[in-house]
Design a protein around this ligand. Structure first.
Ligand code: TMP
Length: 235
């Protein structure tokens, strides 16, 4: 049962539930890129992302990673723990792509010797600027210990998801995670979908993520279906 709308983002809505400590997260059909400048509505995208994210959170739970996920409650609806979100995005990169190529002049596809973690301040107006632990401490966004904990969880997620995806011929290039606090603990929140990850077909290098929408490379729903299908997720 959905109650009052508590928060609306570009891709999701959060509604009150029948419990004060839980919310209903609804995945929208909207696709956005470049901080919302490019926008489209793609029928079925919400359902695909809800199915993929539920599957990812369940796999992470089995591997001992604590997340806000409680259960899937409908085609586009997921019940989650209510979190006090930190305005910090943690990006993990295994291979150079996207903003790191522009920032550091790296060639796309360069494989890193170990996974690199980066922090960004969550703000569309400021275009999610890159920050470090000192910014988080100085501005009260997260403590040094909390950042350390988020990085540890982000790297554990990398191990679980990279090997799972490699098993179906997909390379996990990079991804973005968001975290929040509940009951004195840091939990992984938000979503894990091809909207916030780069996924490349290992054999051909074909892009199977939101870059197809960002760069007009083809149908978003076709490639998201392909990812779901390879993982054996029923839509
Ligand atoms: P970037 O190359 O644009 O920094 O993005 C790295 C990865 O994180 C990529 O898979 C997209 C994802 N990401 C988001 O989904 N939202 C964001 O706001 C940011 C900064 C990154």
């Amino acid at each position: 049962m959905k109650g009052e709308l508590k928060y609306e983002g570009k891709g999701k809505q959060l509604f009150a539930s029948d419990r004060p400590d839980e919310l209903i997260q609804v995945f929208k059909d909207d696709a956005t890129a470049f901080d919302g400048v490019k926008h489209d509505v793609i029928a079925g995208k919400g359902e695909l992302n809800c199915a993929i994210s539920s599957f990812m959170f369940e796999k992470l739970h089995e591997a001992g990673v604590k997340t806000h996920y409680v259960r899937r409650e409908g085609p586009r609806e997921m019940r989650v723990r209510a979190l006090d979100m930190m305005p910090v995005e943690v990006v993990v990169r295994n291979v150079a792509a996207g903003s790191i190529c522009r920032r550091l002049g790296l060639e796309e596809g360069l494989k890193f010797k170990w996974p690199l973690t980066e922090l960004f301040y969550k703000s569309d107006e400021l275009h999610d600027p890159m920050i470090n632990t000192e910014h988080c401490e100085l501005f009260g966004w997260a403590t040094r210990e909390e950042i350390g904990r988020m990085r540890d969880i982000a790297l554990k997620v990398n191990g679980v998801l990279s090997s799972m995806l490699a098993g179906v011929g997909i390379q996990l290039v990079d991804y973005k995670l968001e975290f929040g606090k509940a009951g004195g603990e840091i939990l992984l929140g938000d979503e894990i979908t091809p909207d916030g990850c780069r996924l490349w077909d290992i054999e051909s290098g074909r892009k199977l993520d939101k870059d197809v929408f960002r760069s007009d490379l083809g149908g978003l729903s076709e490639v998201y279906h392909e990812v779901a299908g390879r993982l054996g997720i029923d839509i």
